[in-house]
Design a binder for this molecule. Structure first.
Ligand code: SAH
Length: 362
């Protein structure tokens, strides 16, 4: 028998005590356990980590998002004080690019208050270094914010939030997927079928055997952002991989840059799931949501090609090759261009940010 990792032993003991864990409780422990969680213990993001993200691939991503936010701020009347917020800033690269790109927007830096939502103390320390020279405030959530407009970005944050998975059984019953004690370590299983009024709205577009995912945490962020933006103004740009309404098991583990079994090495692999943007847009009411757009189309509309050409002028050799391939990675349909989507939450009646279109009404 292989020796159990420490988090695995901790979870086996917890299951023996309290019974099987929902996928949400399992993800929460794997990612954020204070002693063994993946984000608590690993470099995780960037070239030495398990995965790399759009802002780590190229500065163009953050620059364009920053200019888009600044345009929205001006469209909404250039408020003299506003919150510039990021959820899950990782190494702080995206915020650094946003700040550099908006440096010459008149009044923007003087009016902003930077707010970072980060759970991991280790990443907070890295963000402090990356963003040296700026006044920074960290928070755990969005409760008790001052009543000023909120201009927010989140890249690959929502996909790290815990999900629950339900398999449609006979009739209108659902079986929740959960983590049980296996012969060795942990193994996935299903609870007894039961009725679930919260999933009534999925009875029309699913069949027996289908899996749907919900994220109460993602809904909570959507609710908090939507309430604030609808009342005090601002915009949220949410970028992640996923789609409009979840269908199928999208829980995945990445360990040392390779796909892994999500239940085999808890705490040692990054766990993510596709984001269901529809559940976030729905939770954000009365804020309005734009149409879900692909990252590639969005960045092209914001002029990434012109920006890439301008940057290319100063480069040659390997640096130029890597710049060209970064542009392709961000936008090409076979790379991140179509898999990644962007949704903006805006005050009702407000014009969408540049590059996005008005969305459907619920
Ligand atoms: N946005 C960055 C990093 C993405 S990784 C980038 O694009 O490179 C996900 C980030 O979200 C990490 O910083 C992680 O520590 C943070 N995070 C995950 N779950 C969180 C939670 N529940 N509350 C606050 N931060 C969280």
């Amino acid at each position: 028998m292989s020796p159990m990792s420490t988090l695995q032993a901790k979870l086996v003991a917890r299951i023996a005590e309290d019974g099987p864990l929902g996928i949400d409780a399992y993800m929460q422990a794997c990612l954020l356990d204070p002693d063994f969680g993946y984000y608590t213990t690993r470099p995780s993001i960037g070239t030495d980590g398990d995965f790399t993200t759009a802002p780590e691939i190229s500065q163009m991503f953050g620059e364009l998002l920053g200019l888009s936010l600044a345009q929205c701020w001006m469209d909404q009347g250039s408020a003299p004080a506003f919150l510039l917020a990021e959820l899950g800033p990782g190494r702080g690269t995206l915020m650094a690019d946003i700040l550099r790109a908006t440096r010459h927007v008149p009044g923007f830096h003087a009016a902003m208050r930077i707010l970072l939502v980060e759970a991991s103390p280790r990443l907070r320390a890295i963000q402090r270094t990356t963003l040296e020279g700026f006044d920074l405030g960290w928070r755990e959530d969005l409760t008790g914010l001052p009543g000023i407009p909120l201009f927010l970005v989140a890249n690959e944050f929502l996909d790290a939030l815990p999900i629950r998975q339900f398999r449609r059984a006979e009739g209108d019953l659902w079986e929740e997927r959960r983590v049980e004690r296996g012969l060795q370590g942990l193994t996935p299983g299903y609870a007894e079928p039961r009725a679930l009024p919260a999933l009534d709205y999925r009875l029309g577009d699913t069949r027996s055997g289908d899996i749907v995912e919900i994220s109460e945490a993602a809904q909570g962020w959507g609710r908090a952002i939507g309430a604030h933006v609808a009342r005090h103004g601002g915009v949220a740009l949410l970028v992640d991989y996923g789609g409009w309404r979840s269908l199928g098991d999208t829980l995945q583990a990445l360990r040392d840059k390779a796909p892994a079994d999500p239940f085999e090495t808890p705490g040692e692999a990054d766990l993510t799931a596709h984001v269901d943007f529809a559940e976030i847009a729905r939770a954000a009411l009365p804020a309005a949501a734009t149409r879900l757009e692909t990252q590639g189309v969005f960045l092209e509309r914001l002029g990434i090609t012109a920006r890439a050409q301008a940057l290319a002028k100063g480069l040659s050799g390997a640096a130029l090759d890597s710049h060209v391939s970064a542009h392709r990675r961000l936008t090409h349909p076979e790379e991140m261009g179509t898999l990644f989507k962007i949704l903006a939450l805006i005050p009702p009646g407000q014009r969408p940010p540049p590059g996005l279109e008005p969305g459907i009404r619920f």
